[in-house]
Design a protein around this ligand. Structure first.
Ligand code: ZN
Length: 439
């Protein structure tokens, strides 16, 4: 018999690659943190000897979900200001609160709270944009999660950095520090076209090529943003980014709710990625991302939650379902964005956008064992004609039982193994006492 580290015996395994495939009564073998093989359970029991075997009799194994856009530490601002449009929400509430409260301790505590929520909800990897990314990265390292940590860049001074040069210097130090880390990578994270001027964006383009890292940026989030860009530059923000050479396979354009057909075609030709954040767009009344048109144009579309201040949770199951439903309404076509495609957007497409498709995003031999087990035996997922349909349209994150990142069991029967839930609750309560709601 062949030795492996872990054997997961599952009712269903949904590898995501190829599309729509469901293995029934199969097992997944993990060795050295990687997926070693997927085989029918009887054959796997005969062939492998494992130190740990987990019986998942009414569960589906899926690739760990990838939250392709968030601001993890903003969990501490969850519910601080609601029911407002983007610019008023930012100018009158979020930016003043950040000016007062954001410091290394805030970012560390908020990132840990976010990771606990995400892991329990089946998320194994997140793409973050926030201040003090060194604190987030440290917290990620301690928790054993996978993350792309943003080298944030914004024109105005904050507690993290004074000016463009300072932001970039600090970001590059972070990149250097984590260059060989197995689970943490970095991306440039210029906030948005309306908050970052041309000169630093040109430097980002050059540096991203040199370092071979993605560029993560909010783009065309609202009609007001596009209007403001037209007034200040005489062109739409996307056109300005194009002139700066930023439309390339490195770019992750977040939100993208305002797009002409010509822009969609050009974006597709440029090979850039879109991260769709359905709930944030709905809550801030930002507009509708034309997901179906983007997919038809060959654009890789991933899914993100955005920060907890504008959502107000980090629930990728809800985003998956929201994306599938919204795409149909926007396209006026019930066949737009079927369930298997929504699952792919929340996993493999996220990995591809982040340059991590060789490592995660599907259950494929050789990739890291980033795996989520979802229990589908409950009332609300019965009867069960098709597990992918149940996962996207009927199940929720509360049905996630177990999560592994690179083969490490980070959620075990619903319990976090590397983060202390009681301690996180106490810290959240302490921040709430300090911060208080504005109204
Ligand atoms: Zn955002």
């Amino acid at each position: 018999m062949e030795s492996v580290d872990i054997l997961l015996h599952a009712r269903w395994i949904i590898p995501v690659e190829p599309d729509n495939l469901v293995h029934e009564h199969h097992s997944l073998a993990i060795k050295d943190g990687r997926i070693h093989a997927i085989a029918p359970t009887q054959a796997a029991r005969n062939r492998y000897r494992a130190e740990v075997e987990v019986e998942l009799a009414d569960h589906a194994l899926i690739p760990g979900l990838i939250n392709a856009h968030t601001h993890a530490a903003m969990t501490l601002f969850r519910g601080l200001a609601d029911d407002l449009p983007l610019m008023e929400w930012l100018n009158d509430h979020i930016w003043p609160a950040e000016g007062t409260w954001v410091n290394p301790e805030f970012v560390r505590d908020g990132s840990q709270l976010a990771m606990a929520e995400m892991l329990k909800g089946g998320v194994t990897c997140f793409n973050d944009m926030y201040f003090f990314p060194d604190e987030t990265a440290q917290a990620v390292d301690e928790a054993g999660m996978r993350a792309v940590v943003g080298m944030i860049l914004i024109d105005f001074p904050t507690a993290w950095a004074q000016d463009a040069e300072d932001y970039l210097d600090k970001g590059l130090k972070l990149h250097d520090h984590y260059r060989n880390h197995p689970l943490i990578t970095t991306a440039f994270a210029p906030h948005a076209p309306y908050t970052v001027s041309d000169a630093p964006l040109q430097r980002v383009r050059v540096l991203a090529d040199e370092l071979d890292v993605p560029i993560h940026m909010h783009v065309h989030e609202t009609a007001a943003e596009v209007q403001q860009g037209m007034e200040s530059d005489g062109i739409r923000p996307l056109q300005r980014l194009d002139q700066l050479g930023l439309i390339s396979p490195r770019l992750l354009g977040i939100h993208m709710t305002q797009l002409t057909d010509e822009e969609i075609a050009a974006y597709g030709r440029g090979g850039a990625h879109v991260v769709h954040c359905p709930e944030s767009n709905l809550k801030l009344a930002s507009g509708f991302c034309p997901v179906h048109k983007l997919l038809q144009a060959g654009v890789n579309v991933a899914i993100g939650t955005d920060g907890a201040a504008s959502n107000n949770d980090l629930d990728m199951f809800a985003e998956m379902r929201g994306a599938a439903l919204l795409a149909k309404a926007v396209a006026q076509d019930a066949s737009a964005l079927p369930a298997h495609q929504a699952l792919r957007m929340a996993t493999l497409n996220g990995a591809a956008a982040l340059g991590l498709a060789h490592e995660t995003g599907s259950l494929t031999a050789g990739k890291a064992a980033d795996i989520t087990a979802v229990r589908l035996g409950a009332l609300e997922t019965q009867p069960l004609y098709h597990p992918i349909s149940q996962l996207v349209y009927a199940a929720g994150r509360h049905r996630v039982s177990d999560v592994w990142v690179a083969g490490r069991h980070l959620v075990k029967e619903g319990v976090l193994t590397t983060l202390d839930e009681d301690q996180l609750l106490a810290k959240a309560a302490a921040w709430q006492q300090k911060i208080k709601r504005f109204d």
